[in-house]
Design a protein around this ligand. Sequence first.
Ligand code: UDX
Length: 475
Amino acid sequence: MRLTVIGTGYLGAVHAACMAEIGHEVLGVDTDARKIEALAAGRAPFFEPGLPEILVRNIRSGRLRFTMSLQEAADFADLHFVCVGTPQRPGSLSADLSHVEAVVDGLAPLLTRDSLIVGKSTVPVGTTRSLSRRLAAAVRPGVEVQVVWNPEFLREGFAVRDTLHPDRLVVGATTPDGDRLLREVYAPMLQAGVAYVSTDPATAELVKVAANSFLATKISFINAMAEVCDASGADVVTLADALGHDERIGRRFLSAGLGFGGGCLPKDIRAFLARAEELQVSEAVSFLRQVDRINERQRRRTVDLARHLLGGSFAGRRVAVLGATFKPDSDDVRDSPALAVTAEITAQGADVRVHDPEGIDNARAALPGPEYHRDVVEACRDADAVLHLTEWRQYRELDPAQLAQVVRAPRMLDARNALDQAAWHEAGWHVRALGRPVHVPQPGQGEALRVTIPHALGAGCTAPMAGEPVSGVPK
Ligand code: UDX
């Protein structure tokens, strides 16, 4: 089939390449000349494992092209995927739909044949209906254009795999024709047995927002338990493992630590709160405010624990930060918890050296203050403390004994609960983590004995940060 993908960010670039990969003829469209230039040359404008390979392969085969012209898109195909961003509106919790509306407004008068617009962006429930009205007023007489919502559930870092082998496809169409066309688009996946949920547009829109709200709630739940663990001496990692054995609960998204960030979870739960208020059902989702607050608190608790680890002050202390992106296998620093903590400890007087395998350029653009290093050992040299803030695999593979030779003082805060804390302790490190008791070695034995040492985490942890985090977190 011939189709266009409008908006070539993390979602659209991957979708365009994957649609070509399954055999369609695809035209990717964007207003950003640099992005289009890079994509057309087979270069991914952001880090996403596996994307460069399928870009190059499909550009070479002639199935994938890129343009900045909406006119070319209208001429090329009758099926248009909309993948533009729906960021949080500044000064508000709600989603900014201006990019989606601009695509519809721009495309509508150019369409000369009956067409299908397929929304993939995450939008508030009710958007398909309002876009359909907007479209009806803008299309040429005699031309019929239908809007269908087909949310995307891909995770950054696994975007190619998630797009080619999704857990499910959800399609909200208003006519059997719309549904039939989408079944054709996704035929290879349907043949492979991927679940296909055919529904109305409102339900389709809501599935995405509800899924992200559920995931965010799961993370904040375990982070709330981490706070209880800190107050009681229990261990949140063992707690999560034990909870996860219950199949009804499951272990995934129960990793306690610095909390969630990125371009989706934080803004999606806030946009849901805003939309629920418009629908006069704010009481039903008011728990999401708490989910957001718990998540925000993890950033402050991490800063407080780091300060405690350094004896009460950051002033004049050298701190190495491992990780700047909001999660591993991505170069995305949007609403990154790691970068928010980095900004705060810099504001509190620390001399900060940041390492990240892929995110340094984006991090430097968002937060120019700290020194950035491409070499993890250089970032840690003469550090008074090392903060593990994003769980890249290479940090788990560090040799704690070797790194102990490089730092000024072997103090480690594992804010992602991802390191082998006993191994670090055995190599001479003082290791702290959110929701876990302190590890000390048992005399005469290699085994670590866990004891709880009371520390300053408590009322002080909820004190507001001195500086604003990099990306706004609502108070
Ligand atoms: C998310 C959804 O998973 C995806 O389905 C949707 O399409 C877009 O939003 P993504 O933003 O790529 O994907 O990240 P995800 O892997 O969900 O992680 C989100 C954040 O939660 C990260 O900051 C991660 O570090 C954090 N997280 C995740 C935890 O703190 N604990 C966990 O147990 C899991």
